[in-house]
Ligand binder design. Structure first.
Ligand code: PGA
Length: 249
């Protein structure tokens, strides 16, 4: 499977920064002389249209960082999946740990967002991961299983969505699990998907949390890893480009 490299820009930068980053990656991709992975850029909401416009005729794709489960209505400050699709998004992150933590998002709400995104023709990236405490207590698989099973709509197809395994303690901390730990957790997620969905083994599974140009090659060479969700390093042109170039398929 062709790997995915997704850049989550979070709440960073100006419109000028967003446009510059997008323009630079379009140029680099057009000049690349090797097969590239799927590359998805996720700017914050105000810059989505500007970035979508720049990526429009390129192989790069655009994703949002969140959506509301309803299409329209009295939801001040929210953005619906339908609206994201309307402005040219192809992907949307759902259930990122920063949303779970700061906006108290529940697995039930995340399932509704996932359903709304799929219904509108977006590919949601469902983020899962355990806290440091849960890992210390040996509850990693239990947490992930709960997050996964509660968020999965019953009739989901493997091509409909992606999973990003992001341990909370690895996000923005410089800490990462070992390759063996990532492999083990991915194996568990694949097993859960296969048991509970049709064709679940085909759902792409990404790793995220303190990915850098330096550690990306080790993760991307894991036999079953389908890509990376990158936060901080996706804002640095050369480093993100190194990560893209570390993809092995
Ligand atoms: P990080 O963030 O790469 O800065 O750790 C990853 C994420 O939150 O998706």
């Amino acid at each position: 499977m062709r790997q995915y490299i997704i850049g989550n820009w979070k709440m960073n930068g100006t419109k000028t920064d967003a446009k510059q980053l997008a323009t630079t990656f379009v140029k680099r991709v057009s000049e690349a002389n090797r097969p590239l992975p799927h590359i998805v850029l996720c700017p914050s909401h105000p810059y989505l249209m500007a970035v979508a416009e720049i990526l429009k005729d390129s192989p790069l794709e655009v994703g949002a960082q969140d959506c509301h489960p309803e299409n329209k209505g009295s939801f001040t400050g929210d953005v619906g999946a339908f609206q994201l699709k309307d402005i040219g998004c192809q992907y949307v992150l759902v259930g990122h740990s920063e949303r779970r933590q700061h906006h108290h998002e529940t697995n039930e709400l995340i399932r509704r967002k996932l359903e709304a995104a799929i219904k509108e023709g977006l590919r949601p990236v469902l983020c899962l991961g355990e806290s440091a405490e849960e890992r210390a207590q040996g509850k990693t698989f239990d947490t992930i299983s709960k997050q996964l099973l509660a968020a999965l709509p019953s009739d989901v197809m493997p091509q409909d969505f992606l999973i990003a395994y992001e341990p909370l303690w690895a996000i923005g901390t410089g800490l990462t699990p070992t390759r063996a730990e990532v492999e083990e957790t991915m194996g568990f997620i694949k097993h859960e998907l296969s048991t509970h969905t049709t064709g679940g083994a085909l759902v792409p599974i990404l790793y995220g949390g303190s990915v850098t140009g330096r550690n990306a090659p080790a993760f991307l060479s894991l036999p079953h890893l389908d890509g990376l969700l990158v936060g901080g390093a996706s804002l640095k042109v050369d480093e993100f480009w190194d990560i893209i170039n570390a993809s092995v398929r």
